[in-house]
Design a protein around this ligand. Sequence first.
Ligand SMILES: NC(=O)c1ccc[n+]([C@@H]2O[C@H](COP(=O)([O-])OP(=O)(O)OC[C@H]3O[C@@H](n4cnc5c(N)ncnc54)[C@H](OP(=O)(O)O)[C@@H]3O)[C@@H](O)[C@H]2O)c1
Length: 234
Amino acid sequence: MNKTILITGASRGLGLCFTRKYLEDGETVFAGVRDTSNPILRMLLEEYPDTLIPVTLEVTDSNSVHEATFLIGKYTKSLDIVINNAAIHNSTSFEILENANIDDCLPVYNVNSLGPLRVVKEFIPFLRNSSLAKIINISSESGSIGACEREKEFDYCMSKAALNMGTKLLANYLRKDKIVVLTVHPGWMRTDMGGSRAHLDPYEAACQLVELFKNINSTDTPIFIDNKGDAFMW
Ligand SMILES: NC(=O)c1ccc[n+]([C@@H]2O[C@H](COP(=O)([O-])OP(=O)(O)OC[C@H]3O[C@@H](n4cnc5c(N)ncnc54)[C@H](OP(=O)(O)O)[C@@H]3O)[C@@H](O)[C@H]2O)c1
């Protein structure tokens, strides 16, 4: 039976590549985007009119996330996978501390750390209706405290470390429901965020990750992992 999957930040980059890959695999994708008139998504919709459902989803807005449950609820009461992929990494992040505007950090937390929580909070009933649900939070090696050698990017790194903690709390909470909860470093990818010098093609990264997620079917596995499934240092 085909799977039902919600992906946030599906307009471009890794989120769009996850969307394409899951559609190619015959799954039903609820593609969370801020602008459903996105031309690439419109083109995909012509190819997959029955299995791609664009959903307006602004992860900083609890009302928007709540509204998304009504739209998705018209199609299904069950979600097998939720991929919290939407994130921002502002250029101001690269300023040294003396030049940084600390107030600029707040929106980054709001999207990267709190966005996934808003989504999971609203979609828990859908996930509980799946026999083996998975919540995949797309994190980053930059959220690892143990492996950190940077001296800046406070907002982004701290937001991903907070996401990792949120993931661990969710994993503890949802273990009794047999919901797998992971926080995943996807690798350095050539996207708007990763830039053109990055190692990985985002579609190839998505293919690798989709295969990885397919093979994780127990709550008894490492929670913070890299794109090969190896445990990452918290
Ligand atoms: N690229 C890398 O090398 C790299 C490395 C490690 C981790 N990651 C992580 O991988 C994930 C995907 O990154 P990417 O490189 O694909 O990023 P990207 O190309 O910058 O795309 C970011 C996506 O997030 C969406 N988004 C941003 N703010 C949002 C909000 N408030 N509400 C809803 N959607 C929002 C964007 O939508 P709009 O089009 O509407 O702006 C876009 O779809 C992120 O979690 C990122 O932190 C990336």
